[in-house]
Design a protein around this ligand. Structure first.
Ligand code: MN
Length: 206
């Protein structure tokens, strides 16, 4: 059985991250990005002048250490970090971490992982946001970014919200298409998803 812990949007909450990782010591983890919380807002980007890393980030080296064996996807926070800090000013471990991050990861040609800032998002119901994306193949798209877990089946290019119960396994029909928002580690209660690729099962956790 291959089970993956899929988590996203840590936003510097190392305590929550450690809490999750301590439950699943030897399982592979995929992190969908926004590990850090960049201190410079979008509106300040143009006038920003780099002097020290502290202007941009409260950097805790323990974060890079903990994520050492984790497969990582780049979020918008990491993109902004790279924009603001000259690469030679990055601590070596942080530089390596950013360099190892990918835009997407694909598992078994069916499970695609991405942060989600690349999409146009639509509010399809009150406070229910969903990326406007036409998935053909692969059939399961995992993402984060909005900090709200959600589960959709895509029928005729339309996302249909499916209610779920935490800790209760959900079977993914291999002939159907799904959008899976894994939620955020930053939030209280934190949320994440476990994916069993062999049996096509996901479980949302809280
Ligand atoms: Mn994000």
């Amino acid at each position: 059985m291959t089970e993956y812990i899929i988590l996203s949007d840590i936003h510097d909450n190392l305590e929550h991250l450690l809490k999750v990782l301590s439950i699943y010591i030897s399982k592979p983890v995929i992190c969908l990005g926004d590990i850090f919380e960049v201190l410079v807002s979008k509106s300040k980007l143009e006038t920003f002048r780099f002097e020290t890393l502290d202007q941009v980030l409260y950097y805790n080296p323990k974060m890079t250490e903990v994520l050492d064996s984790v497969r990582m996807i780049k979020g918008n926070q990491e993109e902004r970090l790279e924009q603001l800090v000259p690469s030679e000013k990055l601590p070596r471990k942080l530089y390596e971490l950013l360099n190892n991050m990918q835009e997407t990861v694909l598992l078994e040609e069916r499970f695609l992982f991405i942060h989600g800032q690349q999409f146009v998002w639509e509010e399809i119901d009150y406070d229910l946001w969903c990326p406007n994306v036409d998935i053909r193949n692969p059939f399961c798209l995992f993402y984060g970014h909005s900090h709200h877990d959600a589960f959709f089946e895509v029928v005729d290019s339309q996302p249909i919200k499916i209610d779920f119960t935490y800790s209760k396994p959900i079977f993914l029909d291999p002939n159907k298409k799904y959008l899976i928002n894994v939620g955020a580690i930053k939030n209280d209660p934190l949320s994440y998803v476990i994916l069993d690729t062999k049996n096509n099962i996901i479980t949302f956790y809280h």
